[in-house]
Design a protein around this ligand. Structure first.
Ligand SMILES: [Zn+2]
Length: 537
């Protein structure tokens, strides 16, 4: 008898328990020696036997048919086949006597053997794979149902091996959270954010260099961070700890629109803080930075118009020394600062409104809660319809996918509302504090802070004749006007009345807007319910 040795092990789940090919070879070698078998060739293959179509196996059967060998030595029958096509061929060849024997470590199968027995063993091997893949799919499905993302933990999290859950990474999680919230402000470009990440020690997986821009973008776009996860195009609410709120996520997506362009020519821009900051009043082109080196070696930094407008000739000639430019920035920031005294007065006023606000907040919470329960039952009905087969997978995804983030959004809104005492007044307090804090940035000459502050408080920043003019948006524009007016008058009582008279700084609590309570940036409105009476403080 002439034997082929056939060894096989795939990297797939069903072969996880099987001996390695090397181990199979060594075991079979021993069997061959002990039984004095004549081995024609040794064939190995790293492929699953789940489906027909293994090249080495097919080649072996072809060679057996051709008479090169008439017996097979293999570790176990399931090495030869885990599907009925291949199994049937083996049985057929055995019955026809083309194969005289199949020898395994525990048994020898001969043509005279009951075919049913061999078929049964091959059937078991086949069923094993089917069950296994079913179990694995069921396992994944079950994990997803429980809200556990199946796969490698995203940056800032780790796979907890015992519970098989995804948990916040003790060091990276808080750091990345801070970074994401920074980016959401819209004040940071992708370069800035990468620098901040590197500073914070958020490096690539090898811990050697900064993360690639593509990885950072992926992080910024990933819905996992606000509490959902995607599986085969379907969104699921996760049980993992979210890093940011849905609101912050949305803000990040908005910020991405402005900052997704990868930086280039960084070297040229070195030393300039106020790039992508101001535009030329004459031609509307952006203001760039330029360095001049005199023959003496002295360096001068200028800001100037790029003169790139082809339609309109620019009348700005020459540039602005960076010292002058920075003093213009400080002058503009000072326009929208609030003294300690007035900060206290305004905050006290806000305090008196907060009670009324609390009552209205409860109304909103109640409404959101009923909205949430409607949404939940809708999702539940969809799940039932899908399980029933009323909906196919595509219809199901299409209808359900937008509901899942919506549900999360409402849940987070409720949590946010319940956690905050002053909700709508909170932005107003923040605004008062920020206007007050801006004084420190001027005092410390904190250029970056002043830059992002003016980017936020102004709709544009125009440079003309060595002067920077910021068009302040609400409510900053009222503060700027008031500050200018206050500076121009000498009398203290006149100043006081000027500060209070700005009804726009005086947003009496009014009805909550219907939809988004927390998105309420327009503070500078004149309330309809405000009596307009001035306090006599
Ligand atoms: Zn210009």
């Amino acid at each position: 008898m002439k034997h082929f040795i056939y060894c096989r092990k795939s990297s797939e789940d069903e072969d996880r328990q099987a001996l390695s090919i090397v181990a199979q070879l060594s075991e079979l070698g021993t069997i061959a020696r002990v039984n004095n078998l004549r081995i024609v060739d040794t064939l190995t293959e790293s492929k699953s036997a789940k489906e027909p179509g293994r090249e080495v196996f097919n080649e072996m059967l072809r060679r057996v048919e051709g008479g090169e060998a008439n017996a097979i030595l293999t570790w176990k029958l399931d090495r030869l086949a885990r599907n009925f096509d291949d199994g049937g061929r083996i049985i057929g060849m055995l019955q026809r006597g083309v194969i005289k024997e199949i020898r395994t470590f525990e048994k020898t199968y001969l043509p005279s053997d009951n075919v049913m027995l061999i078929a049964l063993e091959l059937g078991i091997a086949n069923q094993y794979v089917r069950d296994l893949s079913l179990n694995i799919r069921r396992g994944i499905r079950e994990k997803i149902r429980r809200g556990i993302f199946h796969g490698k933990a995203p940056y800032g999290y780790f796979n907890e091996p015992r519970l098989r859950t995804i948990e916040p990474h003790p060091e990276r999680f808080p750091k990345l959270k801070k970074i994401l919230e920074m980016f959401a402000t819209g004040d940071y470009s992708l370069t800035d954010i990468r620098e901040e990440m590197t500073k914070a020690g958020l490096l690539d997986m090898n811990g050697k260099g900064p993360l690639a821009y593509s990885s950072i973008e992926k992080i910024l776009r990933r819905p996992f961070y606000y509490g959902v996860f995607e599986h085969k195009g379907e969104l699921h609410p996760g049980t993992h700890v979210p890093m940011i709120s849905k609101k912050t996520y949305d803000e990040i997506q908005k910020a991405m629109l402005f900052h997704s362009k990868r930086p280039n020519g960084i070297r040229k821009q070195k030393g300039f803080v106020f790039l992508n900051f101001a535009t030329c009043e004459s031609c509307g082109m952006s203001i760039t930075g330029e360095r001049h080196i005199k023959k003496s070696g002295l360096q001068f930094y200028y800001y100037r118009c790029t003169h790139k407008n082809k339609q309109k000739a620019c009348e700005e000639r020459g540039g602005v020394r960076h010292e002058k430019f920075e003093s213009e920035v400080r002058r503009n920031v000072e326009l929208v600062t609030l003294s300690d005294e007035w900060k206290e007065k305004f905050l006290a006023r806000v305090e008196s409104w907060s009670d009324e606000a609390a009552g209205r907040k409860q109304e909103v919470i109640d409404r959101l809660k009923s909205e949430l329960s409607t949404l939940k039952s809708k999702i539940e009905r969809l799940n039932v319809a899908f399980t029933d087969g009323t909906l196919n997978i595509d219809e199901f995804k299409e209808i359900k996918n937008p509901l899942v983030p919506k549900r999360l959004e409402i849940e987070q809104e409720i949590i946010e509302l319940e956690g905050s005492r002053f909700d709508r007044l909170e932005p107003l307090r923040n605004w008062i504090s920020e206007a007050n804090e801006a004084r420190n940035w001027v005092a410390d000459n904190n250029l970056l802070k002043m830059k992002s502050f003016l980017l936020k408080a102004g709709s544009n920043r125009l440079l003309h004749a060595q002067t920077l003019r910021v068009s302040f948006i609400k409510p900053w524009n009222f503060l700027a006007k008031t500050n200018v007016a206050v500076r121009e008058t000498g009398s203290i009582s006149e100043r006081t009345s000027l500060m209070w008279r700005r009804g726009e700084l005086n947003p009496c609590p009014r009805r909550y807007p219907r939809k988004h309570l927390h998105v309420y940036p327009a503070l500078g409105f004149r309330s309809r319910r405000c009596t307009g009476a001035l306090p006599t403080s």
